[in-house]
Write a protein that binds this ligand. Structure first.
Ligand code: PLP
Length: 428
């Protein structure tokens, strides 16, 4: 008898963030369409978290497929030092003008983490190249910027980084700004100003940190204060970019322009991995020299892959259609109505929504084992209902592709209410 995909998988695959000894066998997915994925037995799954926050227009979108096929007939790949090609140039030409602030140059890499590595290298070397010593980097507590070593260093120290903590560079972690602490935060920045070279932050929402949302005006106040000390501002828009928070980019809700922006995830509509780091002319010009040492020595074999660039261009076509913004608005309206329903539920706290993101916490006991049991409960509940939701600790969130229909949203909301009922019965 033919073995199933999930049986063959267990024999050869090591999955991300997965304790392979205890994890249940993975579901074998064979096809995707819109907000739906289908497994090898023909069951349908509703992708309520956009396949790790990457998918914005739905799975296997025909426009993206067509543009990919057209590019595949022309050029698959070509070295990107000393050579260039149409999709890479077009994408930069079309993307830079719609980014917040004065982003003038675009650097390609492979994924979100590498986009962050490039941003960090740009700021560190910016200070070296301009002959000043600003060696400290600031970040938020609970931040997440990726899994490579530089990106891990500027992320929260947690169970995810524990094994590597001794190998990470030191970072100053700031509290998220609140009306109460903003004055203190500014004073803290004053004391760090002489050393601080850059501040990296996820604007408006800390994603992996638990969909923690914070105020745009307070972020702006903090950023403006950093700017008075010439601390370079790196906006990590890897999750928030391409419409996730309502506006095209989260930084569109903030006055102070960033020096550097990191993009990935939605950039290709959730099709192939690509990272982009953009910067102002001020950053770029600091690397122009007859001195070789001032070059940005960074690159990857598949930098600016033409197939991936063509896909990003196709995704951008769809993103800029008025129907995309209308869909995001529709989801936001539905989310806010459901948030009111949720807030009445005794098992629920901190209901919040921004753009197409809805998040809340499930009230649990104080101990970790309680939260661990909850994770197991949630996982099996939603998998049985074939709704793809993946909690962050006791935080549950919906972050759907923008093409999700009202009926499909109702199905997700309904499954959450059913879960809360079952949870209340079983645990309260
Ligand atoms: C996902 C994410 C990253 C890392 O991107 P990868 O492509 O997974 O390496 C970095 N920053 C933020 C804010 C993210 O959400």
């Amino acid at each position: 008898m033919q073995k199933s995909l999930s049986e063959r998988d267990l024999a050869v695959i090591w999955h991300p963030y997965t304790q392979m000894q205890t994890a249940p066998a993975p579901v074998g997915i064979v096809r995707g369409e819109g907000a739906l994925l289908f497994d090898e037995e023909g069951n349908r799954y509703l992708d309520a978290t956009s396949s790790w926050w990457v998918n914005i227009h739905g799975h296997a979108h025909p426009h993206i497929t067509a543009k990919l096929a057209a590019q595949a007939a022309q050029l698959h790949h070509c070295i990107f030092a000393g050579y260039t090609h149409e999709p890479a140039v077009s994408l930069a030409e079309r993307l830079l003008p719609i980014l917040p602030g004065n982003q003038r140059k675009l650097f390609y890499s492979d994924n979100g983490s590498t986009a962050v590595e490039v941003a960090l290298k740009m700021t560190i070397q910016y200070w070296k190249n301009t002959g000043r010593s600003r060696h400290r980097i600031l970040a938020f507590k609970n931040a997440y910027h990726g899994d490579t070593f530089g990106a891990m260093s500027v992320s929260a120290r947690s169970v995810f980084t524990k094994a590597f903590d001794d190998f990470l560079f030191e970072v100053v972690f700031l509290d998220l700004p609140t009306a109460e602490n903003i004055g203190g935060l500014k004073e803290q920045i004053d004391t760090l100003a002489a050393e601080a070279g850059a501040f990296i932050f996820e604007p408006l929402v800390l994603g992996s940190g638990g969909m923690m949302m914070y105020d745009a005006a307070l972020l702006d106040e903090l950023l403006a204060h950093c700017r008075t000390h010439n601390i370079l501002l790196i906006a990590d828009e890897i999750m928030t970019g391409f419409g996730r928070t309502g506006t095209n980019f989260a930084m569109d809700q903030v006055q102070t322009p960033p020096d550097i922006i990191c993009l990935s995830k939605g950039l290709t509509g959730g099709t192939i991995a690509m990272g982009v780091t953009t910067c102002t002319n001020d950053i770029y010009n600091a690397f122009l020299s007859t001195d070789k040492l001032k070059t940005l020595f960074h690159g990857h074999s598949y930098t600016a892959n033409p197939l991936t660039c063509a896909i990003a261009l196709a995704s951008l076509d769809l993103f800029l259609e008025p129907s995309c913004a209308a869909n995001r608005q529709r989801i936001n309206t539905r989310h806010r109505a459901f948030a009111v329903t949720l807030a009445y539920h005794p098992e629920v706290k901190n209901v919040r929504s921004l753009g197409t993101i809805l998040a809340f916490e499930i009230v649990t006991g104080e101990t970790d084992s309680y939260t661990n049991e909850l994770a197991g409960f949630l996982f099996s509940f939603f998998r049985e209902k074939r709704i793809m939701l993946r909690p962050l600790g006791n935080t549950l969130y919906i972050l759907p592709p923008y093409c999700i229909t009202d009926e499909q949203l109702d199905e997700v909301y309904g499954s959450i209410l059913a879960m809360l009922e079952a949870y209340g019965k079983q645990w309260a």
